[in-house]
Design a protein around this ligand. Sequence first.
Ligand code: ADP
Ligand code: MG
Length: 363
Amino acid sequence: MSAQVRIESLVKEYGTLRALNGISFHIQAGEWVALMGPSGSGKTTLINILGGLDTLTSGHVIVDGVDLAKLSENDLVRYRAEKIGFVFQQFHLVPYLDALENVMLAQYFHSVTDEAQASEALKRVGLGHRLTQLPSQLSGGEQQRVAIARALINQPKLILADEPTGNLDEANEEIVLGLFRELHSAGHTILMVTHDPDIAQQADRRIELVHGHLAVDQRISMDDGIHFDHLLEQIWVRGEEGKPADIEHIRTPGGLDPVRTLARMEDLRLVEVLEEQLIELTDRGKSRARDVVRRHRLAERLFKDTFRIDDHEAHSQACKFEHIISPELDQRICSFLGHPTTCPHGNPIPPGECCGHKKGTGG
Ligand code: ADP
Ligand code: MG
């Protein structure tokens, strides 16, 4: 399979400063890649070069078969309009054009304007009722959704997003991420700059730049999440038992190297490995561990009480179930079982939102 994006030995110099210092990697069609790295490491430079907003000093950048180094200024304008959808941290909407006109402006650069299609694109991002508002009359989240509609209007081969949720509150971040998840499942290729490890984890792959070099290129698999959950669960249970969680007492599944796995979990800010190899859950890790333990114990209760499955089998089934129960199903199982407080072995089931509600209405 030939890659949609091929970057070979890419160098970008601004005067004597090397912003990109010989970078090579490929992106396959349909991949969602998270681009990370400290401020000044070259992320925006890379995005701008890929999007034809800036030129490269040496190396090759080939997008959808087009060698960007060979394009003239005019060719680059066409390339941008035809192949690239940009989403920036600052939304870059034209302030005196309304939402619909902002999207139609993107069509104009593509030499067709089609109002019905533009309004359809805005409906797709949930803004069908906001067509005639000016950017100043829209919230930050809504402005970013207009920007996404604008980016999508020409069916771009590649979506480049530079910290698209950097200026949004949590609720709008979730809406915008939901849109990116949809774009990903619809088969779009996405390269997204983000500082947030949680967002990066939703991508297929994480690339990290440091001082213009490629420092990490890592595929994120479903299995990783499951392995992390197993470790989080063990650390949580050690805590319940009042025992320290040190590396020696934690079993890593699937023959994984414990030190490297824990280092990745540290990157994701799930745990902290202290001196003497002691592992501590961060707030983020605690909340995720708590949810896994809850799902596991609810599943055990369900198998044991409802299906009369024996202890051993209930435990092993619960180990599989804890990874596939959604938050909605978790609450339904909990309600179905009458909000149990302990698992069949007498260990506490951390209460969920549904349990608090029950307590509230009960007095
Ligand atoms: P990031 O997006 O990872 O924060 P940038 O790609 O914006 O990093 O910047 C990488 C380096 O290139 C920085 O040292 C920055 O100061 C420099 N740089 C970026 N754009 C320009 C420019 N137009 N002129 C000169 N230097 C620049
Ligand atoms: Mg940047």
